[in-house]
Design a protein. Structure first.
Length: 87
């Protein structure tokens, strides 16, 4: 079976600290770059990224990635660590 390697691309990402507050830097970064999100206050509060596949919940510690076409999506910390490295 053929094998493939992911092309090296540089992405932007921010880690979610689990806390939504007024003018949260992560939320501002998403909206300033054309992304959409929703959040539910209360306990527990949660953030959701609006994607073509539907709303994707971002948990505390997850990374939010801005992909090569400007799309946003969450990524679990262990997958992020295996997939990306700092440049």
């Amino acid at each position: 079976m053929p094998e493939f390697r992911k092309k090296p691309v540089v992405i932007e990402a921010r880690q979610f600290d689990g806390e939504i507050k007024v003018k949260h830097p992560l939320a501002e970064w998403i909206s300033d770059n054309g992304g959409e999100y929703t959040y539910t206050p209360g306990t527990p509060q949660h953030l959701a990224i609006v994607t073509l596949e539907g709303d994707m919940i971002v948990s505390a510690g997850d990374w939010v990635v801005r992909g090569v076409q400007g799309e946003f999506y969450p990524c679990k910390p262990d997958i992020f660590e295996q997939t990306y490295e700092a440049v």
